[in-house]
Design a binder for this molecule. Structure first.
Ligand code: UN1
Length: 507
């Protein structure tokens, strides 16, 4: 399969940016600014203006300033902004999808799916804008009422990773905006064009509904500018998606200034395949979760824990499916596996496979498909492991699926839980006892525990996130909005007496 040229990709990117109404000046490769590259060919396509520290400071000041007005705007009116953003996303789903494919290397269907996730969360947030409920609580005192009110928090700093360059911004921004917060976004330095496109759309949405333009800003740059956002006391909440290493820095730095953080870090997701499993379904679920997005989701399936009675058949069927996966140009019809993001990812994959072999792993697949010097396309790998060794405990952001075996379910659950990360997990079984055990208190310790579907591809309606080194944060649906607001407990005395709580007498 041949790849498009850098010129073609540049033209496509330019056309998509133009279609969404982005007015950014793109520099030629090598000119000053932040390089915008593509994993499709490995080329730098253009440069974009990099945000200076002063400009980042001004962006944070603007978002913090806009908060004063935004927080007193009625929530359903705030919802109108997010509704408009959702409409624009519907209109520009293909344009944004094109940019996601170019910058993150996702196949067209997954790139559009990511934009669909944005549309879905906008719709969720619009509904939420009329449902920011507090509770009323029975008071122990006569003539008193207790209630909770939820208030906007402030400017929210959003830090996102290359692999979901647009959806994770939308999860945070749609919810934060209806909650009355304003947003400053630091996208991955690997995906500035998608961020510029999102910014153009939110600015258009704001202009269309008469919302302040500064409710959502972006800052483009490297680590330094991310640190500036993390350390700025005007940023009330830092919602950061990325590696455990990044989270280990962000969490304590934000805590140091008593800011809040919401961390969505690495995963090391497993699927248990029980003897009763519907293997057709299991194989499909496993292949999508393990090989989809070239293994570059935080929810990617990295471990299969198969019952010894079905492991041989299962591995045979997965490797057969892997052999038929079309690998190559992510924009081409029929491609299912696009490129790794960069050479470092490929080196990490090679290094992990070497370690796995040294530990007695039997590797099938994993070879590089040489489609061009600067790009890194790989065959997804399946690795039968004699034990869950150190390399299996690591999250390698590439399509490596380790296969382990078990005899009794508690052993499988122990293996599932034995890694330091706790994002997603699944069990394939038709036995209701096994399914329920997996989801019980002593079952999977992950934030996501699925039955008969893979570990990836969560809907936005649920809270998304995980435990342990995954960071504990929850984003997107359910009541994840509470992380974006502050709670006040109000005690109202509507009597003419002043009884004290706990029966205290004072004078
Ligand atoms: C991520 O990889 O950071 O559940 C997010 C999923 C997607 C989100 C993944 N809805 O796979």
């Amino acid at each position: 399969m041949s790849l498009p040229t850098a010129e073609t990709l540049r033209d496509r990117a330019r056309a998509a940016l133009q279609a969404v109404g982005a007015t950014v000046e793109l520099g030629a490769p090598g000119e000053s600014g932040l390089p915008a590259s593509t994993p499709v060919t490995g080329d730098v396509l253009c440069t974009v203006p990099e945000t200076t520290p002063d400009a980042a400071d001004a962006a944070i000041a603007a978002a913090a300033g806009a908060f004063a007005q935004w927080r007193i705007t009625p929530a359903p009116v705030r919802g109108a902004l997010v509704a408009r953003l959702g409409e624009l996303l519907v209109e520009h789903q293909a344009d944004l999808g094109t940019l996601v494919t170019i910058e993150a290397g996702k196949i067209t269907s997954e790139a559009r799916g990511e934009v669909q996730e944005m549309i879905d969360v906008c719709q969720f947030a619009v509904g939420l804008s009329r449902q920011l409920y507090g509770r009323t609580i029975a008071s122990e005192r006569p003539g008193h009422r207790l209630m909770e009110t939820w208030h906007p928090l402030g400017a929210v700093g959003v830090i996102t990773a290359f692999n979901f360059p647009v959806a994770v911004w939308a999860w945070n921004t749609a919810i934060a905006l209806v909650c009355g917060d304003t947003v400053v976004w630091k996208p991955s330095e690997l995906t500035p064009l998608t961020a510029i496109a999102c910014q153009a759309l939110i600015e258009r949405a704001a202009a269309d509904v008469g919302a302040p333009a500064d409710v959502s800003r972006i800052i483009l740059g490297n680590r330094d500018i991310g640190e500036q956002l993390v350390d700025d006391p005007r940023v009330a909440l830092v919602s950061a998606t990325g590696s455990v290493r990044m989270g280990r820095e962000v969490g304590p730095r934000v805590a140091q200034r008593f800011g809040r953080s919401l961390l969505e870090l690495g995963g090391n997701n497993a699927a248990i395949v029980a003897p009763s499993a519907d293997l057709d379904l299991a194989v499909r679920g496993i292949v999508f979760s393990a090989a989809g997005t070239a293994g570059q989701r935080c929810t990617t399936l990295r471990r299969v824990i198969a019952h010894h009675s079905i492991v041989d058949t299962l591995v045979e069927r997965i490797t057969a499916a892997y052999r038929s996966l079309p690998i190559g140009d992510p924009a081409a019809d029929g491609t299912l596996v696009g490129p790794l993001i960069h050479e470092r990812s490929y080196r990490d994959m090679v290094g992990a496979l070497e370690k796995a072999r040294a530990d007695g792993g039997e590797v099938v697949g994993g070879a590089r498909r040489d489609l061009g010097e600067g790009s890194f396309y790989v065959e997804p790998a399946v690795v039968r492991m004699p034990a869950q060794t150190a390399v299996v405990h690591e999250e390698t952001f590439a399509p490596i699926l380790y296969v382990l075996t078990y005899d009794a379910l508690d052993e499988a659950i122990a293996l599932n839980n034995a890694v330091p990360q706790g994002l997603s997990s699944a069990i394939f079984t038709t036995d209701v006892r096994e399914a329920e055990t997996f989801m019980a208190a002593d079952g999977s310790d992950c934030g996501i525990a699925n039955v008969n579907i893979g570990t990836s591809g969560a809907e936005i309606g649920g809270a998304f996130g995980g435990e342990k080194q995954t960071g504990g944060g929850r984003e997107s649906g359910s009541d994840a909005w509470k992380a974006y607001m502050r709670r006040a407990t109000n005690t109202v005395n509507y009597s003419s007496k002043l009884p004290l709580a706990q029966g205290v007498h004072f004078g």
